[in-house]
Design a protein around this ligand. Structure first.
Ligand code: PEP
Length: 265
């Protein structure tokens, strides 16, 4: 099955203001002429989403999709400072990233919290980019597979098969995020095979076949191709997604792969 290629831009807490955000968005938008077959999802800080949505409408460019970097597990109520998945959807988002390692580590989000967020986000119709990955210590202690298994069991495993086709899994080795030390593609591929094997204990073959798998961790214009050639269907990009020139190079490697598959048919 030829799946659509996906690229997710995680802008984290950047840039400093909405004008900067519009400038990055517009530089990317101008360069994207014909990127059929690739879903490009920009996840800016939530405070910029509405402004960027208006910008895309103004430029008559609805090819770029928007996503949140996080959301709360309730749809509404007295939860100071939180943003619900319903609000994200209302602002024009079709996607949300959940379980990012920075939230797991810095905000102390547990699998239990991520699981609650996952259920609500899927219920209200968002597509969820669920991040999983081992830390440097886990890797040194040969715990990578155990950690990934637990992250899968404690989140997707609790969904009882509901809405699972709206999940996108991003394998992000924590030690590779923002460090410039990207995971070798053969190592990432063997981990991807393991993730799929674990998912098959919970989900049907048909469902697993429909899930897209992304790699994330120090992806740049030079190394992006390796993951796509290796078998990932897309990429989750942090730092490089704020540099339009670099980001476009990454998109181009996805486009090449898409065209190869498409025209071979
Ligand atoms: C990320 O934020 O998920 C990420 C992969 O960041 P970077 O590309 O900067 O490593």
């Amino acid at each position: 099955m030829t799946k659509q290629k996906i690229i997710v831009a995680n802008w984290k807490m950047n840039p400093e203001n909405i004008d900067g955000a519009k400038a990055i968005l517009n530089s990317i938008r101008k360069e994207i002429k014909s990127k059929e077959g690739i879903e490009i999802i920009i996840c800016p800080p939530s405070i910029y989403i509405e402004g960027l949505k208006k910008e895309l409408i103004k430029q008559e460019n609805l090819k770029l999709k928007l996503g949140g970097q996080n959301c709360f597990w309730e749809e509404k109520g007295a939860f100071t400072g939180e943003i619900s998945p319903t609000m994200l959807r209302g602002m024009g988002c079709q996607y949300v990233i959940l379980g990012h390692s920075e939230r797991r580590k810095i905000l102390e989000e547990t699998d239990e919290i991520i699981s609650k967020k996952l259920k609500t986000a899927l219920k209200i119709g968002l597509k969820v980019v669920l991040c999983i990955g081992e830390t440097e210590e886990d890797r040194k202690e040969n715990l990578t597979f155990d950690v990934l298994r637990a992250q899968i069991e404690n989140t997707i495993g609790l969904l009882s098969g509901r809405h699972t086709t709206n999940i996108i899994i991003a394998y992000e080795p924590v030690w590779a995020i923002g460090t410039g030390k990207n995971c070798k593609s053969d190592e990432a591929m063997s981990i991807l095979m393991y993730i799929k094997k674990e998912l098959l204990k919970i989900l049907s073959q048909n469902t697993v076949d429909r899930i897209s798998f992304l790699y994330g961790g120090s992806v740049n214009g030079k190394n992006a191709r390796n993951y796509i050639e290796g078998g990932f269907e897309g990429l989750l990009v942090g730092g490089a997604s704020l540099k339009p020139g670099e980001f476009i190079k990454i998109i181009d490697s996805l486009k090449e792969k898409h065209d190869k598959e498409y025209f071979r048919k």
